[in-house]
Design a protein around this ligand. Sequence first.
Ligand SMILES: NC(=O)c1ccc[n+]([C@@H]2O[C@H](COP(=O)([O-])OP(=O)(O)OC[C@H]3O[C@@H](n4cnc5c(N)ncnc54)[C@H](O)[C@@H]3O)[C@@H](O)[C@H]2O)c1
Ligand SMILES: [Zn+2]
Length: 368
Amino acid sequence: MPTFEVRTPLKTYPVIVERGAIQQVAQSFPAKAGRAFVVTTRDLWALHGAKLEEALDNGGRRAEVLFFPGQEVNKRLEPVERLAEQMVELGADRTSIVIGFGGGIVTDVAGFLAAIFMRGIPVIQVPTTLLAQVDAAVGGKTGVNLVNGKNLIGSFHQPLAVLIDPDLVATLPEREFRAGLYEVIKCGVIRDAGIFNLCATEPRAVMAMQPALVDELIAGAVRIKCEVVSADEREGGLRRILNFGHTIGHAIEAETEYKRFLHGEAVAWGMIAATHLAVLTDKLSEAEAGVIVRTIEEYGSLPPANDLDPDRLLARLSSDKKTLQGTVHFVLPIRVGDAIVVPGVEQRLIRQAMLAGLADARPGGEGH
Ligand SMILES: NC(=O)c1ccc[n+]([C@@H]2O[C@H](COP(=O)([O-])OP(=O)(O)OC[C@H]3O[C@@H](n4cnc5c(N)ncnc54)[C@H](O)[C@@H]3O)[C@@H](O)[C@H]2O)c1
Ligand SMILES: [Zn+2]
């Protein structure tokens, strides 16, 4: 199985995608590492903690385990402070390292904790949800939410290594797995028609978690993420294409107070709306748009979004990080496998795309 590399101006690190990759955690420590602190959640630790402990043991390392409450509403500054305080109580210093062991919420929080603890200590990311494996844990974006919006406080902090073990996702609830698949579909739409087609043609085998297929999708999405981040760490250009579906997706998450949708589900709605917008702005043919929307729908069961007020969502777009000097930038597909960033899209068209997109849906299968 492949090892990819993220190369940024300050740091190059490996991203290993392999069943059993968790076993390599001790080898990923810096030679002179001091104490190690695993940041995780209790539910995940009950499921997979023994594997991480065994891997540390086998490599002659030990770590303290710190529990974070999990959930998007807790991805805030205060729990980060609590974790930092516990680290100090347990004797952490500038030689300490953090291991993020969990879904994207944990890897964002663990990464941010490492970024700011004593002005920065290393972090090893061991993501355990599909979404964190293909997206959150790779690329060095870390942070927490404000009441005003998601991820508004944060830091770029590239990890020492990312260990992606597809075995770990076998215990994911189906809804979480599906939510991660939407990010895989996103990668396919913006950059790799092959990955997209795999998702489009094999939904049943994918949902049955057929190992070879899951491995191929994870590796494909991780390769794309590594390439894009290596070309543009700070999101000045290319990296923005990873935000396909996220402009409206983040507004939907905030509007529903992070309760109704999983991140990937909100992104799925955002992708459907953005695909409509691409047609409305003459960037994408209706036929290709149909294929994209149908594929997203194929993975079905999205909580409905047709009751959301487009004007309230529009108002939220302006507080999004991707809004630059008042102009909303949209990532729009121009064909399956290729997308562009379009600045200054007319509000009228965004509204129209949201009305069409969020009402679209058979997702959920109820034909609402
Ligand atoms: N930093 C980035 O670049 C980036 C990119 C995408 C998303 N994100 C962030 O990621 C977060 C969402 O991450 P998520 O979707 O992984 O959610 P999550 O971290 O909440 O995990 C989902 C749920 O699955 C449980 N879980 C985790 N691993 C499991 C496993 N192997 N088996 C069974 N249950 C398991 C978790 O405890 C949790 O209840 C959002 O906050 C989003 O902003 C960050
Ligand atoms: Zn995302």
